[in-house]
Design a protein around this ligand. Structure first.
Ligand SMILES: [Zn+2]
Ligand SMILES: [Zn+2]
Length: 250
């Protein structure tokens, strides 16, 4: 039998969960029965596509399934400041719904499952992990962090650093509060983030192979700007991971 104090804490935690977390899946409305199921049910998680789609060997833009991976014409003509970007899936369906719950509805705990999903999709990608020394998130402005309560990219980067046993660092800061990128054109997005990031004082970036983590890749403006800042600070190479990419800008 558990000691009284432990039982008390357990009951309290259980009660808090009943109050703060829904008892049904927010995606399919089925009852959450498994002890560790929170917010999204196991079968919704299992319905995600765990296979990496065919994509550009540099920018990671998805190709049609029958197209072999190759360097896209954009990357050949104008290579981005990162050497590789890999996205776990398309920003649609259940993956998109889960990311929205995580990012905008305050379900920070979904970050752990999303990082697990990312690790299942990308964990064996040697070109991503080979020689990587540090893992760092795309930062958000302190004002936004206050509104949201957490930086979603940081939650993901920390969890991934545990899975991959790679040092986590806060390499960048977002100095200027910029407008949300949603709804802006490709050109406006680049302008909107230009000069808004800098390397955090004392961050050991020089000579390092860095994996940069963000949630969604749309035009790539944010991760390009962050990669460029990291490279200027002496990073040997920047590789990028995102949970999902939107195909709307193709
Ligand atoms: Zn479900
Ligand atoms: Zn490309």
């Amino acid at each position: 039998m558990r000691p009284f104090f432990e039982r008390y804490i357990y009951s309290f935690t259980h009660l808090a969960e009943l109050i703060f977390f829904p008892s049904y899946c927010l995606l399919c409305s089925s009852f959450l029965e498994q002890p560790k199921e929170r917010v999204v049910c196991r079968s919704c998680w299992e319905s995600l596509n765990f296979r990496l789609p065919s994509s550009c060997l540099c920018c990671g833009r998805f190709f049609a399934p029958e197209v072999e991976p190759h360097f896209c014409s954009q990357c050949l003509q104008n290579p981005p400041p990162f050497s590789l970007h890999l996205s776990c899936g398309e920003y649609k369906g259940k993956l998109k719904e889960i990311i929205l719950l995580f990012k905008y509805r305050g379900y920070k705990l979904l970050g752990r499952n999303l990082a697990y999903f990312a690790d299942q999709v990308l964990g064996n990608e040697k070109r991503l992990w080979w020689g990587t020394q540090v893992i760092t998130p795309v930062p958000i402005h302190p004002r936004r962090k206050k509104e949201r309560g957490f930086n979603q990219a940081q939650v993901l980067a920390k969890e991934l650093s545990r899975y991959e046993r790679i040092e986590f660092i806060k390499g960048l800061i977002k100095e200027t509060h910029s407008f949300p990128q949603a709804g802006l054109s490709m050109e406006e997005r680049s302008k909107n983030v230009k000069g808004t990031f800098s390397v955090k004082e004392g961050a050991l970036i020089k000579g390092k192979v860095v994996v940069l983590v963000d949630d969604v890749f749309t035009t790539g403006a944010t991760v390009k700007e962050c990669s460029s800042v990291l490279r200027k600070a002496g990073a040997q190479e920047v590789r990028v991971i995102t949970l999902a990419q939107t195909l709307s800008f193709l």
